[in-house]
Design a protein around this ligand. Structure first.
Ligand SMILES: [Zn+2]
Length: 83
């Protein structure tokens, strides 16, 4: 599953960066792949605060999850710890 190529239109998790003061922790958001550049997806990210559009991002599903990365929802458990 981790090895499958990311393609336009797939739904993934975007790991949002937390605030610098730690008040808002890093967390996953739903995102749709809008473009793929050298294997890295650009995303339309859906968060409760609204939509935003990212540049191509690196994959990461190691824990703790790093802000500014993406991973497959199917590799993600609710028990995932976020950075
Ligand atoms: Zn996730």
């Amino acid at each position: 599953m981790n090895n499958q190529p990311v393609t336009i239109g797939r739904i993934v998790h975007y790991v949002a960066r937390g605030s610098a003061d730690g008040r808002y922790p890093s967390t996953c958001r739903a995102a749709i792949v809008t473009a793929v550049d050298h294997g890295q997806p650009a995303l339309a990210v859906f968060s409760p605060e609204g939509l935003f559009f990212s540049d191509p991002l690196p994959h990461a599903d190691a824990e703790p999850l790093t802000g500014g990365t993406w991973h497959w929802p199917t590799t993600h458990q609710d028990s995932h710890r976020h950075a």
